[in-house]
Write a protein that binds this ligand. Structure first.
Ligand code: SAM
Length: 220
């Protein structure tokens, strides 16, 4: 388990190195956020009724099993992002059986985006367990500005983060706990809440982590 292996003390903390180390030191299936089956995300994505060529952006994807599931479902236009290149190694290796499908990888910081600023017309933004690590207001502003820049009107946003009863730390980092009203405030009136629910995720260690899942649609 990766909780508590190091602790940042300054604003200048090197998050890229932190996350690279997390993935280098711990096998994917032992990570405290590893999901065998990302059922809650898939159910919400199904609610969007997207065409198979819809542009799906997975923020801070790490080694998520979601990308393989999306390819199995027929989706063919997927962009996978992470701040840490090593986070994506297992995911890339696992895509060997889907060689003909379009998956683009972008290593970039969601809170200081460079290459990500080129994105446009995203049909679905998906984030599980990433936003809650952005404890500085400036990081949150940059993150939500990016969503508002790249998600198209009629596009969707899925946010799944630790809820108000949830853990206060993950992977040695402080987190911000969320509820749906907080998501709505950050997204603004152009995003309409379609669905939300709490979910208890069981870590590989057997410990529980409380999440809030939400699905928003951009209306303007
Ligand atoms: C707890 S993991 C969740 C991974 C994946 N979303 C999942 O559900 O399995 C958090 C992920 O966010 C990535 N991450 C953290 N800060 C980031 C940032 N500023 N920009 C992009 N990715 C980031 C980490 O490298 C890590 O892969």
């Amino acid at each position: 388990m990766t909780d508590n292996f190091c602790k940042p003390e300054e604003n200048s903390y090197n998050f890229e190195e932190h996350w690279n180390n997390a993935y280098l030191k711990t096998p994917t299936v032992s990570l405290g956020w590893y999901e065998v089956n990302p059922k809650q995300s898939i159910n919400l994505i199904n609610e969007c009724s997207l065409p198979e060529d819809a542009l799906i952006f997975n923020a801070g994807a790490g080694s998520t099993t979601l990308i393989n599931k999306l390819l199995e479902c027929g989706y063919s236009n997927i962009i996978v992002n992470d701040i840490a290149a090593s986070a994506l190694t297992d995911l890339k290796n696992g895509l060997a059986s889907h060689k003909n499908k379009k998956v683009q990888f972008i290593v970039d910081d969601l809170t200081k985006p460079i290459e990500l600023l080129n994105l446009k017309n995203v049909d679905l933004w998906h984030d599980r367990a990433v936003l809650h690590f952005f404890t500085e207001e400036s990081q949150q502003i940059a993150y939500f500005n990016l969503i508002k820049k790249v998600v198209k009107v009629d596009g969707f946003v899925i946010l799944a983060e630790f809820n108000l009863e949830g853990a206060k730390k993950c992977c040695g980092l402080d987190v911000v706990n969320y509820n749906v009203e907080m998501f709505q405030n950050k997204l603004g009136a152009d995003f309409e809440l379609l669905k939300s629910f709490d979910h208890t995720y069981i870590q590989p260690s057997g410990n529980k982590r409380e999440y809030v899942y939400s699905l928003f649609k951009r209306t303007a």
